[in-house]
Design a protein around this ligand. Structure first.
Ligand SMILES: NC(=O)C1=CN([C@@H]2O[C@H](COP(=O)(O)OP(=O)(O)OC[C@H]3O[C@@H](n4cnc5c(N)ncnc54)[C@H](O)[C@@H]3O)[C@@H](O)[C@H]2O)[C@@H](O)CC1
Ligand SMILES: Nc1ncnc2c1ncn2[C@@H]1O[C@H](COP(=O)(O)OP(=O)(O)O)[C@@H](O)[C@H]1O
Ligand SMILES: [K+]
Length: 502
C-alpha cells in the first residue's frame, strides 16, 4: 500500500495550527508533546540501562523536555536535567512544565555534567525548537557541540537545536541527532539542505491535532500516492506509438555521454521510441549498448515528438542557442536541463518565450543553475531552497525541481513538495542526465508535468537507495547503473498500484 504524502508546514503554518488547536486543549499540547517524545525515547532505551540526560532551553522546547523528564522520573528512571537559564522567564506552558517537574522531586544542574562511567542511556536535546531566531553561540553552542559528540542515541525534540525550521540551514552550530521527534507535522528544514544530516530518523507525533483539517498544506513529502493514479497497466491492445516519442537534444563535442545517459533512461522507463539529437558532428551514429536508440544530428530530430529534453551535454555554442530557441517555441512537453538553463539565464528573450509557452515546461536546475536563472549567488539559493524553487516556477510558469539533498519540486501555482529519497552517492557526474531522461519518458507517455516530475524525482532517489542497500554505492555508484534499478522499481510500483485498484 502506498503511504500517504505527509503534509509539511513552515513555522508560520505550525504556529497557526497551534493557535487554533491550543485554546482549552486537554491535556495541553505541551503535555502531549512531552509524553509523545517520552514514548519515542522509551523505544531507544529498551536495552540501555543508565541515566538519561535532558538539556532544556529557555522556551517551550525546554518545557517539552521537562514534561518528558517528569515522565521518566515517575517511571523510576534516573534523569539528569541540565538547565542554565532563568526559570522566571519561561513562557506560561513551559513554566507549568518546569514547576510540575520540580514538584515531582526533579532537580536541575546548570552545566553539562560529565558522562557516567557506563555512558548516558540517551541524550535529549530540548534546547530550541521552532522558536530559534538567531545563530547559536556561547554556552548553548558549546552544549550542542558537546552533546553531539556523545556516543549514545541522541534524540532531538521537535527540531535539532540550531537547525532553521524553514530552510534546513545550520545557524551557528547544530545538534546532531540520531532521532528526531517532531510535533504536529513535518517541517521543511528537517528534509532539505543540512536537515537530513542533523535530524537522523524522524518520527512525526501529531498530538491528536488534525493539521491538514486546520490549515490546507502547501507542501507535502513526495510519496507514490501522489501519482499512483498515473500508474496504469498497459492496454494489451497497444503499440509503440501508444507510449510516445521522446527526444534528447544535447551531446556537444566531449559531452555525448550526457545525452546518451538521458536517452537510455527515457528508453528504460518506457518511451515508445527514443531519439537523441547530437551536436557533435563526430558523434557515433549508433549506441552499441542500446541500439534501440535513434541517434541523429541535432538539427534532424523528427517534427512530431511527444516530449523533448534540451540540455544534457548541450554546451553554450551559438548553434546550441539556436536549437534551444527553436525548441521553446515547439508545442510539446519540454524539459530544460544543464546548459539549456544556463543559456536561458543569459537571455531575457528566451525567458519571455518560456513564460509564453502553453505546453508544459519542466526545469531541472541544481543550485548553481538556479542561481544563474534568478540572478543571485548559489549561497542565496541554498539559504532558502524552497523560496528559490517557487520563484523559478512562478517567474517562468514552469514546474521546477531544485536538485540536491532534499530536492524541492515547485509548481507554478505555489504548491511544493520535498523529496527525501536518494543519498550523497548520487553526487556524481551524469546523475542529473538520468533524471532528465526519466522525466522525459513519463511526459512522452502522456503524464502531466507535476506527476512526471514527482514520480521521476522520487524514483531516481529510490533507485539509488535500493542499489546502496545492495552495496552498489553510496561510494562509486555511477549514473548508468541507476537506470536498471529505476526500471525495476517502477514496474514494482505498477504492480502495487494494480493490487491497490488504482
Ligand atoms: N506553542 C505550543 O503550544 C507548543 C510548543 N511546543 C514546543 O515549543 C517549541 C516552540 O517554543 P518557543 O516558541 O518557546 O521556542 P523555542 O523553545 O524553540 O525557543 C525560544 C526561546 O529561545 C530563545 N532563542 C531563540 N534563539 C536563540 C539562540 N540562538 N540563542 C539563545 N536563545 C535563543 C528565544 O528568545 C526564546 O526564549 C516547539 O518547537 C515545541 O518544542 C510543543 O510543546 C507543542 C505545543
Ligand atoms: N547529497 C545528495 N542527496 C540526494 N540526492 C543527491 C545528492 N547529491 C546529488 N543528488 C542528486 O543527484 C542528481 C545530480 O544532478 P546534477 O547535479 O545535475 O548532476 P550532473 O549534472 O552531473 O548530471 C540530482 O538529482 C540530485 O538531486
Ligand atoms: K530541540
Amino acid at each position: 500500500m502506498f503511504l500517504p504524502a505527509q503534509p509539511i508546514y513552515p513555522v508560520a503554518g505550525i504556529r497557526e495550527i497551534e493557535a487554533r488547536a491550543m485554546p482549552g486543549a486537554k491535556p495541553s499540547l505541551m503535555e502531549r508533546a512531552g509524553r509523545a517524545a517520552a514514548e519515542d525515547a522509551v523505544r531507544l532505551i529498551m536495552d540501555r540501562p543508565g541515566p538519561i540526560l535532558v538539556a532544556c532551553g529557555p522556551g517551550n522546547n525546554g518545557g517539552d523536555g521537562f514534561v518528558l523528564a517528569r515522565h521518566f522520573r515517575q517511571a523510576g528512571r534516573e534523569v539528569v536535567a541540565a538547565f542554565a537559564d532563568d526559570a522566571a522567564r519561561f513562557p506560561a506552558d513551559a513554566a507549568t512544565a518546569y514547576a510540575n517537574y520540580r514538584n515531582s522531586g526533579g532537580d536541575t544542574v546548570s552545566s553539562l555534567p560529565a558522562a557516567p562511567a557506563d555512558g548516558w542511556a540517551l541524550v535529549i536535546d530540548a534546547l530550541f525548537g521552532i522558536g530559534l531566531t538567531r545563530p547559536l553561540e556561547g554556552r548553548y553552542a558549546q552544549w550542542v557541540d558537546s552533546l553531539s559528540r556523545v556516543p549514545s542515541p541522541r534524540l532531538a525534540i521537535d527540531m535539532p537545536s540550531g537547525l532553521d525550521t524553514d530552510s534546513g540551514r545550520v545557524l551557528g552550530t547544530c545538534f546532531r541527532a540520531t532521532h528526531t521527534t517532531t510535533f504536529i507535522a513535518l517541517k521543511p528544514g528537517l528534509l532539505t539542505l543540512d536537515g537530513p544530516d542533523h535530524a537522523g530518523e524522524i518520527s512525526v507525533q501529531r498530538l491528536d491535532v488534525d493539521a491538514a483539517g486546520w490549515l490546507q498544506p502547501l507542501g507535502r513529502a513526495v510519496r507514490p500516492s501522489l501519482f499512483a493514479h498515473r500508474l496504469q497497466p498497459r492496454r494489451r491492445n497497444s503499440h509503440k506509438g501508444s507510449y510516445g516519442d521522446a527526444a534528447i537534444l544535447g551531446g556537444a563535442p566531449g559531452m555525448c555521454g550526457a545525452a546518451l545517459l538521458a536517452a537510455r533512461a527515457a528508453l528504460w522507463l518506457g518511451s515508445g521510441r527514443v531519439f537523441a539529437g547530437l551536436l557533435d558532428d563526430a558523434a557515433p551514429r549508433v549506441d552499441v549498448a542500446h541500439p534501440e536508440l535513434m541517434l541523429r544530428a541535432a538539427s534532424a530530430l523528427p517534427e512530431q515528438l511527444s516530449a523533448l529534453a534540451v540540455g544534457p551535454g548541450l554546451g553554450q555554442s551559438d548553434s546550441a542557442h539556436g536549437l534551444l530557441s527553436a525548441a521553446i517555441t515547439r508545442d510539446l512537453a519540454l524539459v530544460l536541463d544543464a546548459d539549456a538553463l544556463n543559456l536561458l539565464a543569459a537571455d531575457p528573450a528566451l525567458q519571455a518565450a518560456v513564460t509564453a509557452r502553453s505546453a508544459p515546461t519542466v526545469l531541472t536546475p541544481h543550485p548553481s543553475e538556479a542561481a544563474r536563472l534568478l540572478g543571485c549567488d548559489t549561497a542565496t539559493v541554498q539559504n532558502d531552497r524552497l523560496a528559490a524553487a517557487l520563484a523559478l516556477s512562478g517567474r517562468l510558469r514552469a514546474h521546477t525541481v531544485l536538485k540536491g539533498c532534499g530536492s524541492i519540486v515547485a509548481c507554478p501555482d505555489g504548491r511544493w513538495f520535498i523529496n527525501d529519497s536518494g543519498h550523497p552517492g548520487m553526487a556524481s557526474a551524469g546523475m542529473g542526465d538520468v533524471l532528465t531522461g526519466l522525466i522525459t519518458a513519463l511526459l512522452a507517455q502522456g503524464w502531466d508535468a507535476e506527476c512526471a516530475l514527482l514520480a521521476a524525482t522520487h524514483l531516481h532517489g529510490c533507485a539509488a537507495d535500493r542499489l546502496a542497500r545492495d552495496g552498489i554505492g553510496p561510494v562509486g555508484l555511477s549514473a548508468g547503473e541507476l537506470i536498471g534499478a529505476a526500471r525495476s522499481l517502477f514496474n514494482g510500483w505498477l504492480t502495487e498500484a494494480a493490487r491497490n485498484g488504482f
